[in-house]
Design a protein around this ligand. Structure first.
Ligand SMILES: NC(=O)c1ccc[n+]([C@@H]2O[C@H](COP(=O)([O-])OP(=O)(O)OC[C@H]3O[C@@H](n4cnc5c(N)ncnc54)[C@H](OP(=O)(O)O)[C@@H]3O)[C@@H](O)[C@H]2O)c1
Length: 300
């Protein structure tokens, strides 16, 4: 047996309870990881609250968590890993809030990358690489990133800049300097954001989820080059593309971003660490807006 922070039902953060659970077994091509740290994303909060029951299969008794870092404990048939390998993992079936988790998507963690950073990266990196591919943002083009200071948005800004894309980063005024340090031109993110983008806009990625897709499509003139990570009624009415996570969308995302982290050429959103036993408190901190940091749960 093993232990995990189980979502006992849909509801408020205190539905998360530390419980004994069956230890996972690796299937073909999979490994089981003993988790050192697990990232908390906004999607976890929506799944726990029951808002995404039509999108994700997680139900009462399941374990949240799309990303983790840890040590390989068991190796399935055909999996290219060894017991003891230190890895960062993307968890398509979730489960990162558990001591042991099964995954088919992982990348070696270089010693210079901390457990915290390796756990904070995978889901955001996958979303950033995936949406950049969907947007077809090309060298010399202008990409507007809505939510440019966020966990996903900040990675999009840096990867796009590294590919020679001109980036306008929309964020709150307090994040203006951060967006510039990441390589973007800052624009204040409000309802009229596109009125203040002086140049021609070739593509938009929405990593904020505050709406504005109709204006984004109008600014670009082509709905197929507007990609959103958060959905909502404006997706259908504007024709923008919805981005769905999955291991097939951006299989190389960790191979691209983990070495950048190790080399110091990729900066992550500021991290705040909370013990796994206080996962409910981590959710409360995010829901209340008391913190804007990326929360990472640690297993000591
Ligand atoms: N579909 C997928 O494949 C996928 C994968 C990963 C993530 N996601 C989704 O992508 C979104 C971003 O995730 P994340 O982890 O990057 O979250 P995050 O770190 O919280 O980033 C969101 C950013 O948008 C900003 N923002 C939110 N509301 C705003 C407003 N009204 N005005 C100005 N700025 C605003 C936030 O600023 P403050 O922090 O100051 O509020 C933050 O900088 C989430 O909705 C998440 O569920 C989707």
């Amino acid at each position: 047996m093993s232990h995990a922070m189980v979502m006992t039902e849909f509801g408020a953060p205190d539905v998360l309870e530390w419980q004994e659970v069956p230890a996972p077994e690796p299937g073909p091509g999979e490994v089981v990881i003993r988790v050192k740290a697990a990232g908390v994303g906004p999607t976890d909060l929506h799944i726990r609250a029951g808002h995404l029951a039509a999108v994700f299969p997680q139900r009462a008794g399941d374990v949240l968590g799309f990303e983790a870092a840890g040590v390989v404990e068991a190796v399935g048939i055909g999996a290219d890993a060894a017991v003891g390998d230190e890895v960062a993992a993307l968890l398509a079936d979730q489960g990162g809030y558990g001591e042991l988790v099964r995954t088919s998507v992982w990348h070696p963690k270089p010693p210079s990358v901390s457990w915290i950073d390796a756990a904070a990266l995978p889901a955001s990196a996958e979303a950033a690489v995936g949406t950049l591919l969907q947007s077809h943002a090309a060298r010399g083009e202008t990409l507007v990133v809505l939510g440019a200071a966020g966990s996903v948005g900040s990675i999009i800004v840096q990867l796009a800049r590294a590919n020679g894309v001109r980036v306008v980063g929309a964020a709150r005024q307090r994040d203006a300097e951060l967006v510039r340090e990441l390589g973007g031109e800052f624009v204040k993110h409000d309802d009229n954001v596109f009125d203040r983008v002086a140049r021609r806009v070739d593509a938009v990625i929405d990593a904020a989820g505050r709406g504005g897709l109709t204006a984004a499509v109008a600014a670009v003139g082509d709905p197929s080059r507007v990609v959103t990570l958060t959905g909502g009624p404006e997706v259908a009415s504007s024709g923008a593309l919805m981005s769905h996570p999955g291991p097939d969308r951006a299989p190389g995302a960790l191979a691209v971003t983990v070495p950048m982290l190790a080399a110091g050429t990729l900066r992550l959103k500021r991290r705040r660490v909370v013990p796994i036993t206080e996962a409910a408190q981590a959710h409360r901190l995010l829901e209340s807006g008391e913190t804007h940091d990326k929360l990472v749960l640690t297993f000591d």
